[in-house]
Design a protein around this ligand. Structure first.
Ligand code: 5AD
Ligand code: SF4
Length: 436
């Protein structure tokens, strides 16, 4: 009987990618995936530590896993919570079998060979995992391709430089090999991933040539099977002219960009150690709009950063009004271990954070609804994600990452890319009909 694995992924796209590679690795070891925890011989929680809430979720999930799993099943955590919690994870849950950091999960097979050990490795091994892991046999329609690990920006609230280490860009030829493999095995869209993705910079030692994200985009756009290209997540001041120009010259690049501003207050940005001026951010957005007039921008926001005044918060609301962000995420600030902001005075009370978050969210939702409604009557080329839960509809993604539900499933089942006329919209999604 084939052995089975169960994996649950929390957090960012980088984790989604890590989860896919872990699945591919276990498949190679003869395991098949199960959605049923009680059937699994090995259970992996692939974790995210960026916010306190996400970390807490992992430990409550581990409690549930312990109760539901087969007695002899191996279980453990991989990813950023493993790195953050370290050996204390074994103290909290003594029968845990493995704790592997985001750059050491390729060591997982060691426990398959020797199930009696406690496997622990949270080392920062840089790019080693990319060389060790097997390729996925078949690519998903949207292939997430990491192009770097870690981050050098050291925003004062962020645990990533601690959990994933210093920023390292993968060799250009390795990334291109991965995009080619994805394109040959089913990918239609490539999404380049990195914590600071637009800071990608790799110098080939033999030729001395330096490659940037714009070079990756140009090379990838040559692949005939690849119809859509995007990248996430961008740091504002790394948005260099060559990259902005790609939005003018490369039609496969989607007109949608996640470029987090985090706060609209200059004072807060300084304390966050995000040393760009609001004026510069606005200039970058204007540059992007002149390159691609239909571009839409999304952002992440943190409310209730230590010392954030009512006036600072109002400035965040102002920048949201000005840029008219779509598809954005907002979070209450949560203090993280190993970060400078956790030690700052003037931590904001939970109730104030909650009020500000509610106000910001309601405005962001309003902007999303208005943008969605402005799409009614338009025809957009969309990518199929598959059937919805009922099986009666197909779910597509527009070029702006909106979800679009298509009613008829019968005749259109094969159409991975389709022109869809948008017929209705609300805050969460669009509805549409395939026109060809
Ligand atoms: N508290 C709240 N939100 C955070 N983020 C990162 N660190 C924190 C924190 N300590 C948010 C940022 C980032 C996103 C991935 O998570 O908005 O862009
Ligand atoms: Fe964290 Fe800032 Fe790096 Fe993003 S840019 S991963 S928020 S340190």
């Amino acid at each position: 009987m084939t052995r089975k694995f169960f994996i649950q992924t929390f957090g960012c796209q980088m984790n989604v990618y890590d989860g896919q590679r872990i699945a591919a690795m276990l498949n190679k070891h003869g395991f098949s995936q199960t959605e049923n925890l009680a059937d699994a011989d090995i259970i992996i929680l692939n974790t995210c530590a960026v916010r306190e809430k996400a970390t807490n979720k992992v430990f409550s999930a581990l409690g549930r896993v312990r109760r539901a799993k087969k007695t002899d099943a191996l279980f453990g955590i991989v990813g950023c919570v493993a790195r953050e919690a370290g050996e204390t994870a074994f103290k909290r849950i003594p029968d845990l079998n493995f704790v592997l950091g985001p750059q050491s999960y390729h060591k997982l097979p060691e426990i398959l060979e020797n199930p009696d050990i406690k496997l622990f490795n949270i080392d920062l091994t840089g790019l080693e995992k990319f060389d060790e892991l097997p390729q996925m046999e078949k690519s998903p329609t949207v292939a997430y391709i990491p192009i770097q690990e870690g981050c050098n920006h050291c925003c004062t609230y962020c645990i990533v430089p601690y959990t994933r280490g210093r920023e390292l860009s993968r060799p250009f030829k390795d990334v291109i090999r991965d995009t080619e493999h994805a394109s040959e095995t089913g990918a239609i869209e490539i999404c380049f991933l990195g914590q600071n993705v637009n800071g990608y910079k790799y110098t080939d030692e033999t030729t001395g040539k330096t490659y940037r994200l714009s070079d990756l985009i140009k090379e990838t756009a040559k692949l005939v099977n690849i119809k859509r290209i995007r990248f996430t997540s961008s740091y504002p001041t790394e948005m260099t002219d060559d990259l902005i120009d790609m939005f003018r010259t490369e039609p496969k690049l989607l007109p949608f960009l996640n470029m987090p501003i985090q706060s609209g207050s200059q004072n807060v940005l300084t304390r966050m150690n995000r040393p760009y001026s609001l004026g510069l951010y606005i200039d970058i957005v204007n540059g992007l709009k002149s390159a691609r007039p239909d571009i839409q921008i999304s952002s992440d926001f943190i409310v209730g950063f230590p010392g954030e005044t009512e006036e600072d918060f109002e400035q965040t609301m102002e920048i949201v009004k000005r840029i008219r962000y779509i598809n954005s995420y907002s979070f209450k600030y949560s203090p993280r271990p190993h970060t400078a902001a956790a030690l700052m005075k003037d931590q904001i009370p939970e109730s104030v954070k909650a009020d500000r978050l509610a106000k910001l969210d309601s405005y962001l939702n309003e902007l999303q609804r208005k943008f969605n409604e402005s799409c009614i009557g338009k025809t957009m080329e969309c990518l199929c994600e598959g059937p919805d839960k009922t099986g009666k509809h197909l779910v597509y993604r527009t070029p702006y990452m909106q979800q679009c539900i298509v009613n008829t499933i019968k005749d259109n089942q094969e159409k991975q890319l389709a022109n869809i006329r948008i017929t209705a919209a609300n805050k969460a999604s669009l509805r549409g009909d395939i026109v060809d």
